[in-house]
Design a protein around this ligand. Structure first.
Ligand code: SRM
Ligand code: SF4
Length: 564
C-alpha cells in the first residue's frame, strides 16, 4: 500500500481511519434511545453496512416548528449481485418491507433492493431478518466495491451463466474482510486479541465508491461504460475466452462545478478469464493508492485516470496484476434496455420461460390502480424459478415452469403487472431515480414525476405520429445521475423543485454521453421544447435514425469526429 499524496485528508478519511475497520461508535449510536439519529461520524460508517440515515424531507418544516428533531429513518440496500433472488427470498423481503419499512420494495439501477423508512431501533432486527433470508447488505454502499451489475437474462445461454459466476467470484474476492458487520448486527462474538485486517482495502478502504459491471454483447443493458470498471464478455467460437476491460466511467457531477464531469470508461484491452480477479484487484488497488482522498468531489476513478493519464494508469494495473493487456477484441453492441414480455426457454432449461415486467421507476407497491406488491407475492408463492432485477429497474420472473405459466400470466394481469403490454416504447425505456422524499440530495422530483411526465411525452409523440418511437428518457433529481441520465436520448437533471436541465443526444446503446441543451426549465418549457423537436424529428429524420442520433446531427449540430 502506498501513502496518499493528498492533504489535507477529507473528514471521511479521518472517520474511516478512526473506525477500527468500520465499527466506530455504531454500537453506542444504536443504543442511544434519546434520538432517532446516529452520531455524526457513524452516519458515514453505516453506509459500508448497507444503510443510509435519511429523514422525511416533506416533514422537515413541520417538525422544526414543533421543535422536534427531523423524522429520521434508514434506507437499507441489499447486496444482490446481478439482482437474483429466490421466491423464498422475495417473500422474506416483502414481509420485511411490511413489518419494518414503508411497505414497498424499490428495485435499483444496480440490481439491488432498497427499503426505506426503517427506524433506528428496528435497524438491527431488520438486518437480522434480511440475513436470515440469506441476503446481506455488506458493501452495498460506502467506499468499497458496490453491488455488481451483471448482464440480465443470464440463463439465456451457458455463457451468460458463466459470466455471472465469474462476476460473483470477483465480487466475493473484493468484499471487505472486517467482522464488524457480523458483530454489530448478527451478534457474532469478537474474540479478544484476534488480529483482523483488510488485505485488499487496508484500514481506510477506497477514496470513494467503486462500481463494476459485466456485459454480454451485443447487449449493453448494464451501461458498461458508466462503470468504474467494466468487463465486456468476449465469446469466440461459442466459448467465453475473456473480457475487454474498460475503466474510468462515472456519471456524478455537481451543478456549477466545472471540475466535475460525466465520463465514459476507456477500453484498456483484452484479458483472459484466468486473469479476471488479478486485473479486477489491480484496478481497485491502483485507485486505492492513487485516488484523491482530499476532495471527495474529485475522488472517483475517472479523475484518477485523467490525472495520471490512461497509459500510465494502464501500465500500473499491468504491473500490479502481472498481466499484459492484449489488444481489445472487436465488440458489436446492438441493444440497451430490457427485453420485455415472454422469452421462451433456453436449451439448458427446457420448457422453462421467463417473463420480464415493466416496473415504473422500480417501485413495487400496492396502489389503488394496481396491486403490484400483492401480485408478486402471489407469484412468489407458486413460482419455481427465481426473480431477477434488471439494470433498468425492471423485473424478470425467470425459469417459469410449464405448470405455473398460466397461473403466473393470470396473476400478472390481475395485479396490473402487465404494463409491458400496454405502454409505448418511450415509457418502457425510461428510468427515474428515487429523489423526494427520502434522498437528501434531491433538488427536483424524479420517481414520483416519471409516470405523469411519461404520459405527457407519450401524448406529444402521438400528436406527431411518433407513437411507436423508441426513445430513452431518464430523470434524475440532481446531477449525481443515479438513473444514468447523461447517457439518455432525453435526460432531465434536477435543478430545483419543478425545474430541470434538459440533456439531448445520447444514443440507444449507452455508448455516448449526451449534452446540456436547455438549462433550468420548467415542465411547460420542457414539453414545448420537446414538442418542437418531435415535429422536426418526424419530418427530418433519416431512415430509422434514432431521436438521440437525430438531435446530435440536426439540433446539437455536432460534426463528425466531434462526438460529445
Ligand atoms: Fe446513486 C448517492 C440512489 C445508482 C451516482 N444514490 C445516492 C444516494 C445514496 C443519496 C445519498 O448519498 O445520500 C441515493 C439514495 C436515494 C434514496 O432515497 O434511496 C442514491 N443511486 C441511487 C439508486 C437507488 C437510484 C435508483 O433509483 O435506482 C441507485 C442504487 C444503486 C445500487 O443499488 O447500488 C443509484 N448512483 C447510481 C448510479 C447508477 C449506476 O451506478 O449505474 C450513479 C451514476 C454512476 C456513478 O456512480 O457515477 C449514482 N449516487 C450517485 C452519486 C454521484 C457519485 C459521484 O461520483 O459523484 C451520489 C452522491 C455521492 O456519492 O456523493 C449518489
Ligand atoms: Fe438522489 Fe440525486 Fe441520486 Fe436522484 S440522482 S437518487 S436525487 S442523489
Amino acid at each position: 500500500m502506498e501513502a496518499s499524496v493528498f492533504s489535507p485528508l477529507s473528514d471521511v478519511e479521518r472517520i474511516k481511519t478512526a473506525s477500527r475497520l468500520l465499527r466506530g461508535t455504531l454500537a453506542e449510536s444504536l443504543d442511544d434511545a434519546w434520538t432517532g439519529a446516529l452520531r455524526v461520524d457513524d452516519t458515514q460508517l453505516i453506509k459500508f453496512h448497507g444503510s443510509y440515515q435519511q429523514d422525511d424531507r416533506e416533514l422537515r418544516n413541520e417538525r422544526e416548528l414543533a421543535k422536534l428533531e427531523p423524522a429520521y429513518s434508514f434506507m437499507i440496500r441489499t447486496r444482490t449481485p446481478g439482482g437474483v433472488v429466490t421466491p423464498a427470498q422475495w417473500l422474506a423481503l416483502d414481509a420485511i418491507a411490511q413489518r419494518y419499512a414503508n411497505g414497498s420494495l424499490r428495485l435499483t439501477t444496480r440490481q439491488a433492493f432498497q427499503i426505506h423508512g426503517v427506524i433506528k431501533r428496528e435497524l438491527k432486527p431488520t438486518l437480522q431478518a434480511i440475513n436470515a433470508a440469506l441476503i446481506d447488505t455488506i458493501a452495498a454502499c460506502g467506499d468499497v466495491n458496490r453491488n455488481l451489475l451483471i448482464a440480465s437474462n443470464y440463463d439465456a445461454s451457458p455463457i451468460h451463466a458463466e459470466v455471472h459466476a465469474q462476476a460473483v467470484a470477483l465480487g466475493e474476492h473484493l468484499l471487505p474482510r472486517t467482522r464488524a458487520y457480523y458483530q454489530l448486527w448478527l451478534d457474532e462474538e469478537q474474540i479478544a486479541g484476534t488480529p483482523e485486517e483488510e488485505p485488499i482495502y487496508g484500514p481506510t478502504y477506497l477514496p470513494r465508491k467503486f462500481k463494476i459491471g459485466f456485459a454480454v454483447p451485443p447487449s449493453n443493458d448494464v451501461d458498461l461504460f458508466a462503470q468504474d470498471l467494466g468487463f465486456a464478455a468476449i465469446i469466440e467460437n461459442g466459448v467465453l475466452t475473456g473480457y475487454n476491460v474498460s475503466a474510468g466511467g462515472g456519471l456524478g457531477t455537481t451543478h456549477g462545478d466545472a471540475r466535475t464531469y460525466a465520463r465514459l470508461g476507456d477500453t484498456l484491452g483484452f484479458i483472459t478469464c484466468a486473469d479476471l480477479i488479478k486485473v479486477g484487484e489491480a484496478v481497485l488497488t491502483t485507485q486505492r493508492d492513487h485516488g484523491n482522498r482530499s476532495d471527495r468531489k474529485l475522488s472517483r476513478l475517472k479523475y484518477t485516470i485523467d490525472r495520471l493519464a490512461v497509459d500510465v494508469f494502464k501500465a500500473e494495473v499491468e504491473r500490479r496484476a502481472g498481466v499484459v493487456f492484449a489488444p481489445a477484441r472487436i465488440v458489436v453492441w446492438r441493444q440497451q434496455g430490457d427485453r420485455f414480455g415472454w422469452q421462451e426457454s433456453a436449451a439448458e432449461t427446457p420448457g422453462r420461460a421467463s417473463l420480464t415486467l415493466r416496473i415504473q421507476a422500480g417501485r413495487i407497491a400496492d396502489r389503488e390502480a394496481a396491486t403490484n406488491l400483492t401480485g408478486l407475492r402471489e407469484i412468489a408463492r407458486i413460482h419455481a424459478g427465481d426473480f431477477r432485477i434488471t439494470p433498468n429497474q425492471n423485473l424478470a420472473i425467470a425459469g417459469i415452469t410449464p405448470d405455473t405459466r398460466a397461473a403466473i400470466a393470470d396473476l400478472v394481469r390481475a395485479h396490473g403487472l402487465d404494463l409491458h403490454e400496454h405502454l409505448p416504447p418511450v415509457r418502457l425505456n425510461s428510468l427515474a431515480c428515487v429523489a423526494f422524499p427520502t434522498c437528501p440530495l434531491a433538488m427536483a422530483e424524479a420517481e414520483r414525476y416519471l409516470p405523469a411526465f411519461g404520459a405527457k411525452v407519450e401524448e406529444l409523440l402521438e400528436n406527431h405520429g411518433l407513437a411507436r418511437a423508441d426513445i430513452g428518457v431518464r430523470i434524475s433529481g440532481c446531477p449525481n445521475g443515479c438513473s444514468r441520465p447523461f447517457l439518455a436520448e432525453i435526460g432531465l437533471v434536477g435543478k430545483a423543485l419543478g425545474r430541470y436541465n434538459l440533456h439531448l443526444g445520447g444514443d440507444r446503446l449507452g455508448l455516448r454521453l449526451n449534452r446540456l441543451y436547455r438549462e433550468n426549465i420548467d415542465e411547460s418549457e420542457i414539453l414545448s421544447t420537446l414538442g418542437g423537436l418531435f415535429a422536426r424529428y418526424a419530418n427530418e429524420r433519416e431512415n430509422s435514425e434514432g431521436f438521440g442520433d437525430y438531435t446530435l446531427r440536426r439540433v446539437l449540430e455536432v460534426g463528425a469526429g466531434e462526438q460529445p
